[in-house]
Design a protein around this ligand. Structure first.
Ligand code: KIV
Length: 257
C-alpha cells in the first residue's frame, strides 16, 4: 500500500474525512485544498448528461473527466468510479482498472458491491490497484433508491459485505443510504474508514456531490444539504452582462484593442 493510502486510513478515529465529487479541473482545484478525497463519480451521468441512471456512463467518459480533474487535484486522494459493465469478471476489471489508472493517474478506483464482486476486488488489489468499496444503495444496479438496513436480513448482508470488503483489502468504503445504527455498527467493526452519503454522522467521513452542495443541480433528497445557491448567482451575473452589452458598457475601452 502506498503512503498516501496509508495516511488516509490513519485518519480513522482521528478526524472526520472530507470528500466531494469533481468532474472537471475548475471545481477540483477549488475543492482540493479542503478535501481529503476527491471522487470522479459516475453520478456525472445524471448530473452533467441528464442520463436516467449511471448505467450509461462509459469508460471513455469517466476517463476524459478524470483527466481534467487530475489537473486540479494536488493534495487530495483522487478516486475514480469504475462504470457499470466495466468489471463483470476479474479479467475485464483488471484491464479496465489498469486503463483508468494509466490514463488518468488517479490514486484508486471505486466499485459498487459486496460478496458478488469480491473476486474482482481481490485481483485488482493483488495487482497493486487500491480499491474503494461501495455498499448500501448501489446506483449501478439499484431498482429503487430506498435506504438500506430496515430489515434484519438486509442488515446482516451489508454488515457481512463490509467485512468481506475489508478482508479483501479495500482501503475505505462508501456507505450510501444506510440506516444510522447500521452505519455505526459497520464503522465500529472495521478498521478502514467508512465514508457516508445518506448514512448519518456515524461514518468516519462524508461525501457529497459538489453540484448538489453548491445548488447547481435541482436534486431534492433527504441526504443533500445545499450550502450555496450558485444558480441564483450565475443568473445575476448573466443579467448584468446582458444589461452591459445592451447598454454598450461592455466591452469598454480597456477590454478592446
Ligand atoms: O457517483 C458518485 O458520485 C458516488 C457518490 C455519490 C458516492 O458514487
Amino acid at each position: 500500500m502506498n503512503k498516501k493510502i496509508i495516511d488516509f486510513i490513519k485518519k480513522k478515529n482521528k478526524s472526520k474525512i472530507i470528500s466531494l465529487t469533481a468532474y472537471s479541473k475548475n471545481i477540483a482545484s477549488i475543492i482540493d485544498k479542503h478535501c481529503d478525497l476527491i471522487l470522479v463519480g459516475d453520478s456525472l451521468g445524471s448530473v452533467l448528461y441528464n442520463f436516467s441512471s449511471t448505467k450509461k456512463v462509459t469508460l471513455d467518459m469517466i476517463i476524459e473527466h478524470s483527466k481534467s480533474v487530475r489537473q486540479g487535484v494536488k493534495k487530495s486522494l483522487m478516486v475514480v468510479d469504475m462504470p457499470h459493465n466495466t468489471y463483470r469478471n476479474p479479467k475485464e476489471a483488471l484491464t479496465n482498472a489498469k486503463k483508468i489508472i494509466s490514463k488518468t493517474k488517479c490514486d484508486a478506483v471505486k466499485l459498487e458491491g459486496g460478496k458478488k464482486i469480491i473476486k474482482v476486488i481481490k485481483i485488482l488489489i493483488k495487482n497493486k490497484i487500491p480499491v474503494m468499496g461501495h455498499l448500501g444503495v448501489l446506483p449501478q444496479s439499484a431498482t429503487n433508491f430506498r435506504f438500506k438496513g430496515k430489515k434484519t436480513s438486509e442488515r446482516k448482508i451489508i454488515l457481512r459485505d463490509s467485512k468481506l470488503l475489508e478482508e479483501a483489502g479495500v482501503f475505505s468504503m462508501v456507505l450510501e443510504c444506510v440506516e444510522s445504527s447500521l452505519a455505526k455498527e459497520i464503522t465500529k467493526s472495521i478498521n478502514v474508514p467508512t465514508i457516508g452519503i445518506g448514512a448519518s454522522v456515524n461514518c468516519d467521513g462524508q461525501v457529497l456531490v459538489t453540484d448538489d452542495l453548491i445548488g447547481l443541480s435541482n436534486i431534492k433528497v433527504r441526504f443533500v444539504k445545499k450550502y450555496l445557491n450558485i444558480e441564483k448567482q450565475i443568473n445575476n451575473a448573466v443579467l448584468k452582462y446582458k444589461q452591459d452589452v445592451t447598454e454598450k458598457k461592455f466591452p469598454a475601452k480597456k477590454h478592446s484593442y
